[in-house]
Design a protein around this ligand. Structure first.
Ligand code: NAP
Length: 279
């Protein structure tokens, strides 16, 4: 069994970007917008900010109060869209209930949508055209590639069908010639589907969901879940019991999480190249 080390792989991506960015006179910029009081969101935003600074990307934080109106947020997005020093815009989700998330995400210029959530980018992804790809699934593809894990011709079970992880993951895998089964809360035979899969990608958000008897010998397991048991971070996979049966597995923490951030930085550098007319 081998660990798919997201920390090491993410560091390689960040170092490569750092070198490329060091050669630029004007640096790429990422605007991070956070609305309301959400401790978890604040932590994610701080991690992203620190990662930007370490890579040479300039980060602009916009921390807005819980009572910020939708119009105020739209005005800020418009301002960032038209600001040349901002190459990427990230609006941390979830937004407060009185703000329409779709409307805000669709307001971001697709050329600055480094999260890959804008319908234009999602549509292009579906058609396998160049676009910004959702950071978590894109990071997973990069991690599998780093370890030379064959995707073409493999049967893959994707657990979860969210717009952010499950659906884009399935599309990216199809483009890599995998045969994909997407499972969700109404799927009746998840165990059987998993047992017949060469690769399982779990993005459900339920601790210990993927158990040893759901996994076939030598399978590859990617654990996206972030759950807490007694304050301790864990994934969706019953890691201790599954570990001896599989060929590769991501740990939590240290697997998918660091890859998500590295991919965000990668997308920001790509946005810089597009916005500055380098591609
Ligand atoms: P989400 O929007 O809540 O979606 C969860 C998906 O899991 C839904 O499609 C849901 O099915 C499915 N599901 C829930 N319970 C199930 C069950 N018992 N059996 C089968 N399917 C079930 O979550 P998300 O945003 O995709 O995130 C998923 C997990 O990944 C969360 O733990 C999140 O924190 C984590 N995450 C981690 C990273 C990272 O960088 N490490 C990034 C993003 C997300 P329905 O559609 O039928 O409701």
């Amino acid at each position: 069994m081998q660990i798919l080390d997201g920390k090491v792989t993410a560091k390689k991506i960040r170092q490569d970007l750092k070198q490329k960015i060091a050669e630029l006179t004007k640096k790429p910029g990422l605007a991070v917008v956070i609305v309301g009081d959400n401790k978890a969101s604040e932590q994610y935003v701080n991690m992203k900010k620190k990662a930007c600074e370490n890579t040479g990307i300039v980060s602009f934080s916009h921390v807005l109060g819980q009572k910020t109106t939708q119009n105020e947020l739209i005005k800020l997005i418009d301002k960032l869209n038209n600001d040349d020093s901002v190459d990427g815009i990230l609006v941390q989700l979830p937004l407060p209930e009185h703000i329409n998330e779709d409307l805000i995400l669709e307001r971001i210029f697709p050329s600055k949508d480094v999260d890959g959530f804008h319908p234009v980018n999602v549509g292009k992804l579906l058609q396998n055209k160049p676009c910004f790809k959702s950071c978590t699934p894109f990071g997973i593809i990069k991690l599998l590639e780093e370890y030379n894990i064959e995707i073409s011709g493999k049967r893959v079970a994707v657990l979860g069908r969210s717009n952010i992880v499950g659906k884009p993951m399935a599309i990216m895998l199809i483009h890599k010639n995998a045969t994909v089964t997407v499972c969700h809360s109404k799927t009746t035979n998840i165990k059987e589907i998993c047992r017949n899969s060469d690769i399982i990608i779990s993005a459900i958000g339920k601790a210990n969901f993927v158990k040893e008897d759901m996994v076939k010998e030598k399978a590859v397991i990617v654990d996206v879940g972030t759950n807490f048991i007694n304050g301790k971070l864990c994934g969706d996979v019953d890691f201790e019991n599954v570990i001896n049966k599989v060929s590769y597995i991501t740990p939590v923490p240290g697997g998918v999480g660091p890859m998500t951030i590295a991919t965000l930085l990668y997308n920001t550098y790509e946005a810089y190249k597009i916005n500055k007319g380098c591609v």
